[in-house]
Design a protein around this ligand. Sequence first.
Ligand code: FCB
Length: 484
Amino acid sequence: MMLPAFFAALLAVSLAQTAVNQFPDGFLLGAATSAYQIEGAWNESGKGESIWDHMFHEQPIFTTDGATGDVACDSYHKYKEDVQMLRAINATAYRFSISWSRVLPKGDLSVINQPGIDYYNNLINELLANGIQPVVTMYHWDLPQALQYLGGWANEVMVDYFADYAKLLFDNYGDRVKWWITFNEPVIIVWGYAIPGMPPGLPATGVGDYLATRTLVKAHARVWHLYDEQYRATQNGSVGMTFSSSQYEPYTNSTEDIEATERQRQFKVGIFAHPIYSQEGDYPVVVRERVDNNSKAEGLPRSRLPKFTQEEIEYIRGSADFFGLNTYGSQYIAAGEFPIAPSRRHDSGVIEKDDEIPLDQSAAGFRKILNWVVAEYPGYPIFVSENGLGNDGSVGLNDTDRIEYFSAFLPALLQAVNLDNVPVVGYTCWSLMDNLEWQLGYSKKYGLYQVDFDSPDRTRTPKESAYFMSTIYGTKQVPEKFFR
Ligand code: FCB
């Protein structure tokens, strides 16, 4: 689906009137979290086990500090406080995710867990009562373990299970939720089918991750069509997917590095987004060719990246209402052979460099990647669903590093919106509060609010960055002095 008339009109009106440092009228501003990272109550009131519960309980070596999400920020009990924190920063949007195994403990429809359904109803109602739009991620990595036993995303049967789950969400929450994100960062989800360490931790690199890729794209398309056919007329919301990408910069000016940089984008984002958002559909040509050629050279009778049928290509193409983007910074890319084969990185023929990129340059990359998205997939509103800075927490409440980060990144966002006419419609920073940073446990902090993980109350305290964002969100503008 192309840019709906409503968004086009909204952007046209607001662009005409907006100074470069102002957010257009109706632009959503807020913060993001995800279920496993904040909720805790991992087995309370009928919740089933997810692949993260399973991994962290069975194989604690996968977190740096042996941490688990068993209690996390205890948001299952403290959601009202979370909503007041959002209110205090003048948020108009909250991006959170639903824990699939909290509403469907076995993953399928055999058991519907009413306390789980109630929890999200209460959260959504509390948000709306406080003037905050819910932006809901259906899947932020926490597959019910029961479905993992069926093969998880490597098994195409997951398309049906995901559609059943999505239908339950539309039926229960769609009257109030207008923003739906099917998947958060598919590139990370499929990693779990390539290497140990990322749940489910299957060592099937270069094969399992491509099977999972295909299932995710098909599951997304199915859910968009479900919404389009059965819910859009009455619920009038939007369904999209969220991708993660750094701004990739060529390491040198050589043609090889420049081409490698574009390949990196296509293997990280395009492999999922091109079938859905591009005008021609299907996987990007460069991805198709390289995986097919390598598969052949490996003596395989078929490509490791299974093909879509023509019917599937057409069903998938255009199956979105907006494009979600998570981005944290810039990264250099060079041409080169990744040593492990088969693998997606070997197929892409790139080397990711970890040279530090100065903050201003990294922030300028934010403007560039937004421009890349709109050039590649024209006609879709963009929702920046994550952006933020992680640190080790040693600065305590005085997180000037995070303030400096936002002071550089928010002007870049506004330049993209107001000068380049990139149709961004919302921004939720990562994160509302410090939380479980997956394998890094509680050692890495992204929050505007500090959480005391030693206290049974999980006490929340605003950092300096919370006050900083409350001013920006409240005035709907970024002070001119930050524009350099
Ligand atoms: C993103 C994840 C999010 C959080 C941030 C720091 O990749 O979507 O859950 O961990 O990184």
